[in-house]
Design a protein around this ligand. Structure first.
Ligand SMILES: Nc1ncnc2c1ncn2[C@@H]1O[C@H](COP(=O)(O)OP(=O)(O)OP(=O)(O)O)[C@@H](O)[C@H]1O
Ligand SMILES: C[C@@](O)(CCO)CC(=O)[O-]
Ligand SMILES: [Mg+2]
Length: 336
């Protein structure tokens, strides 16, 4: 029986250590979290690719009212650009299969805030590749979907380490470097994510760091190297047989150092720093930006203090989210 419709989902992520330096070949540690993007893919008879993105707000809407009708106009150039990840994901899968001139309709709903450092671009790419590949009868492993997701990010952003699509596709808690990943022993992490409410574009932030690196390589090299070393130290701690409390204390110190280094390369903002310090004042062992920065989210490690830290983040003007690591990555939810 041929497949008519597929629903797939993929999780958000947090980068625990090593964002930005991972783009320069250094290691990083990330975890999938329990917020998901859902993508439904089905055939249509028009021969076209149709994308219904229910969570994307298009800027520059113009509405004209007459007595008996309403006309809508929009900035269509920007609307097309914002759907770049979904479109590239569909195109890459279509290259691998015979679609017989059929069109594909993709419909997206997401729980992940956009441009907030939680990997919304990777989750939408991974869930789209998962749904469309299954619709077209391709048997791809989650790891292969993650690799295609990395190609999507490279095509749209110009630069990407691949850590976000990898962890979104395979799930769990990973160490990642230059396209290779390793699952770390699963541990419950008592974390709180704080959302500033503003967004940053990963493409622009990665490009800004690259420009500054090229202008002052002698200053940036040692900072990026230190980020890489602190990731290795964090991995040693996570995989050691130290007791949980000692592990958290050292990880907290490493988070604070990592935040300072991210601030030094220019990806923090006043609001992010306010949330980071509010969390520490409320008893977090460590707190830092997560993801590309420039707005978006921070996270705090707060064993026994999650609700105090969540309150402090809210008082400082952020939106707290108490999330859990998702062991599962890409999931096929329904096939009809
Ligand atoms: N629900 C969605 N539907 C369609 N496109 C989406 C959706 N969510 C994210 N995107 C695409 O991803 C872009 C945001 O990706 P970007 O990499 O800048 O931020 P992020 O992935 O949320 O954060 P980070 O990369 O720091 O983890 C959006 O502008 C849009 O192109
Ligand atoms: C900023 C960055 O390091 C992480 C974004 O979540 C970009 C990347 O690794 O592709
Ligand atoms: Mg992204």
């Amino acid at each position: 029986m041929s497949v008519k419709r597929v629903l797939a989902s993929a999780p958000a992520k947090i980068i625990l250590f090593g964002e930005h330096s991972v783009v320069y070949g250094k290691p990083a540690i990330a975890a999938a979290i329990d917020l998901r993007t859902y993508v439904r893919a089905e055939f249509n008879d028009t021969g076209a690719i149709k994308i219904e993105a229910h969570d994307i707000r298009t800027p520059g809407l113009i509405v004209s009212f007459t007595e008996d009708s309403i006309y809508f106009e929009s900035d269509y150039g920007k609307a097309a650009e914002v759907l770049g990840y979904v479109r590239q994901a569909i195109e890459l899968v279509k290259e691998e299969a015979d679609v017989n001139g059929k069109g594909i309709t993709v419909s997206i709903t997401s729980q992940i805030p956009v441009g907030a450092g939680l990997g919304s671009s990777a989750a939408v790419a991974v869930a789209t590749i998962g749904a469309v590949s299954r619709l077209l009868g391709l048997e791809l492993s989650n790891e292969e979907v993650g690799k295609l997701g990395h190609r999507v990010e490279l095509l749209v952003q110009g630069a990407s380490s691949g850590i976000d699509p990898t962890v979104s596709a395979i799930g769990g808690f990973i160490h990642y470097q230059k396209g290779e990943f390793e699952h770390l022993p699963f541990m419950e992490l008592p974390i709180v994510v704080g959302y500033t409410g503003s967004s940053g574009s990963t493409k622009e932030l990665v490009a800004m760091v690259r420009r500054n690196y090229e202008e002052m390589p002698e200053i940036f090299e040692p900072i990026l190297n230190s980020m890489g070393r602190l990731v290795e130290k964090a991995r040693e701690v996570i995989t050691s047989d130290l007791d949980r409390d000692l592990k958290f204390q050292t990880l907290g110190k490493l988070m604070n150092i990592n935040h300072g280094l991210l601030d030094a390369i220019g990806v923090s903002t006043k609001k992010l720093s306010e949330l980071v310090y509010a969390a520490r004042t409320a008893g977090a062992l460590g707190s830092k930006i997560t993801g590309a920065g420039g707005g978006g989210c921070m996270y705090a490690l707060a064993p026994g203090k999650q609700s105090e830290v969540a309150t402090a983040i809210a008082i400082a003007g952020g939106t707290p989210m108490i999330t859990k690591i998702s062991r599962e990555g890409l999931r096929i939810e329904e096939v009809e």
